[in-house]
Design a protein around this ligand. Structure first.
Ligand code: 1CP
Length: 364
């Protein structure tokens, strides 16, 4: 890892002004930037040969629970792509075993005994993250020592609603029937479950910030599952509690909320207390900007599928997105995680296109 620290990013020294406040953090705070910052959701993962090589020797959970490995995997895309932010290598389900729910990955998550009844919910613990997941805080501290100063570290957690979907379904799902059965059949049990998720996740995210994470992101991948009034009650309010705990612990740390498939809930997202709202590609970014208003920055929202096309298409779609997005208060990203079959050179072509085209736009 010492070699890593010396190598830093592949991009050479940062200009003097970005040493003061990294580009990514300025964009989160809607301050002026000389170009649009970019990072990529799931930027550390199976599309990278260096990730697959490490995973041949260590399984996924071991990689998450060993600070040296989590640190090394986090740095892989920073070195290869020159992205403007790093995201801790971990998973949204890492806090679950300490709640009393073991999880396996193959490669998606699997929970043998899902949470289905009032008694199941009552049996859940709400652990303090310093005791439950010390390896995560160690990885954050280690990364802050390894990352170049112009590349901030994003800490993250799953939003309470999205984590609850896995707890109740026992894994991924297409219909979410078990979860919906609980929400509408036993709303009080569902509320108690979401409260416990919010308490556990608040501690988990706050402790990452205390350990040195420079931004705090909540992934609400399944936000789009619910009608607006149910979204408010079961997803928005529990997420608000987590973000409020982060704000109370560290008011200056940007809070990012990613809402998957949430075109129906954008106005509600605007009032959540996040500094940045991440949106997927199903909505035009100019429309998302209009509906969210000027009070939040935007993150997104290129279709990850575009990276399977040729570099000329990647560049064209990037130019179009940059024209539609606000010049200040935009963090370029995909609308969801990078696909495992993506050629790494295409990810690099995207990063290069965002850097060149967004800088040129500001020079005009
Ligand atoms: O074998 C492997 O490599 C396991 C695949 C894998 C990876 C690389 C999983 C299992 N999780 C991860 C890492 C991960 N997960 C990161 C790493 C940091 C990064 O580089 O971005 C992050 C941020 C997550 C977050 C995550 N996990 C979310 C929210 C974001 C999203 O993509 O929607 C969700 C829903 C999960 C659950 C999960 N974990 C893994 C899989 C395959 C899934 C999805 C399961 C499903 O389809 O429901």
């Amino acid at each position: 890892l010492t070699e890593t620290a010396a190598a830093g990013t592949t991009r050479g020294p940062a200009p003097a002004n970005s040493a003061a406040e990294p580009l990514f953090l300025r964009a989160c705070r809607r301050r002026p930037v000389e170009r649009t910052p970019i990072w990529i959701m799931r930027q550390a993962g199976r599309y990278l040969p260096e990730y697959r090589a490490l995973r041949e020797k260590h399984d996924f959970l071991t990689s998450c629970r060993t600070p040296e490995l989590a640190c090394e995997i986090t740095l892989q895309p920073v070195r290869r792509l020159g992205v403007d932010a790093a995201i801790l290598f971990s998973d949204i389900l890492i806090p679950l075993p300490a709640m009393g729910v073991p999880v396996e990955f193959d490669p998606g998550p699997q929970i043998d005994r899902p949470v289905r009844s009032r008694a199941d919910v009552e049996a859940l613990a709400t652990p303090d993250a310093r005791e439950a997941t010390p390896f995560v805080m160690d990885a954050v501290r280690m990364l802050r020592g390894e990352l170049p100063p112009e590349v901030p570290l994003i800490g993250f957690a799953g939003a309470p609603f999205t984590v609850a979907t896995y707890l109740v379904e026992g894994g991924g799902s297409k219909s979410f029937a078990a979860l919906r059965g609980l929400l509408f059949g036993e709303p009080e049990t569902a509320a108690a479950l979401l409260d416990k998720c919010a308490d556990t996740i608040a501690s988990y995210l706050v402790e990452q910030v205390r350990a040195g994470a420079q931004a705090a992101m909540l992934f609400d991948t399944w936000a789009g599952l619910l009608a607006p009034e149910d979204y408010r009650r079961f997803a928005l309010e529990p997420a608000r509690r987590v973000l409020e705990a982060v704000r109370a612990a560290s008011p200056e740390t940007p809070r990012i909320y990613y809402a998957g498939d949430a075109a129906g809930q954008l106005e509600q997202c605007a009032g959540l207390g996040a500094d940045v709202v991440g949106v997927d590609w199903r909505i035009d970014i100019a429309e998302a900007h209009r509906r969210l208003g000027g009070g939040v920055a935007l993150q997104g929202n290129l279709d990850p599928g575009v990276l399977l096309g040729p570099p000329a298409l990647i560049r064209e779609r990037t130019a179009r997105l940059l024209r539609a997005a606000p010049a200040a208060g935009h963090v370029f990203n995909l609308g969801h995680g990078i696909l495992p079959m993506t050629p790494p050179e295409h990810a690099r072509a995207l990063v290069d296109a965002v850097r060149e085209l967004s800088a040129a736009r500001r020079e005009r």
